[in-house]
Design a protein around this ligand. Structure first.
Ligand SMILES: C=C(O[C@@H]1C=C(C(=O)O)C=C[C@H]1O)C(=O)O
Length: 166
């Protein structure tokens, strides 16, 4: 439970994990169609979009962009991990997936909620207690969402810029 003055970082960590779980579908779509994991043009579009959303919410776009650079790296950790699993054992490879354009609509929705969660947590993110609260949020999310090791590692990679030293 958190007071309005000290909201929990759990929703932020949970949204990051949701974004990473959608990355499984991104990987499936790319694997089936032979598209590369890295899409720098799309990454720039994501970063421009979240920066605009941050400005609209009156929150620092640079802080939001720093968090999203990590979200993108984390998504690619998941995708590379799955490609490797599927290359190693083709019987595990996906046989179907929605279109990438459809999956990206879902990613955009979660990204937008994540910007809101960043904007809502200015106080805990600038607190000297941020590191331990973020670790608690990470562990809660790992447990409640029953993440496997690949997603747990990626979630860790997605969070280092959440705490703002000020
Ligand atoms: C998730 C994707 O894969 C990569 C990660 C991105 C992201 O996390 O938003 C964007 C582009 C890709 O480099 C995607 O292509 O949509």
């Amino acid at each position: 439970a958190g007071s309005p003055a000290r909201p929990s970082l759990d929703p932020l960590a949970r949204l990051s994990a949701e974004r990473l779980l959608i990355s499984d579908q991104v990987a499936a779509a790319k694997y089936r169609t032979g598209q590369p994991i890295d899409d720098p043009a799309r990454e720039q579009q994501v970063l421009d979009g979240v920066a605009a959303r941050a400005r609209a919410l009156g929150t620092d776009p640079d802080e939001v962009v720093a968090v999203f650079r990590d979200q993108i790296e984390a998504s690619k950790i998941v995708q590379r991990g799955l490609f490797r699993i599927w290359d190693t054992d083709p019987s595990k490879a996906p046989t179907g997936s929605p279109d990438l354009s459809v999956i990206r609509v879902e990613i955009n929705r979660v990204s937008s909620e994540l910007v809101q969660a960043i904007a809502d947590t200015e106080a805990p993110r600038t607190s000297p207690q941020c590191g331990r609260r973020l670790l608690a949020a990470y562990l809660n999310t790992d447990r409640t969402m029953r993440l496997d090791m690949l997603h747990a590692i990626a979630l860790g990679r997605s969070l280092p810029h959440v705490c703002e030293a000020k």
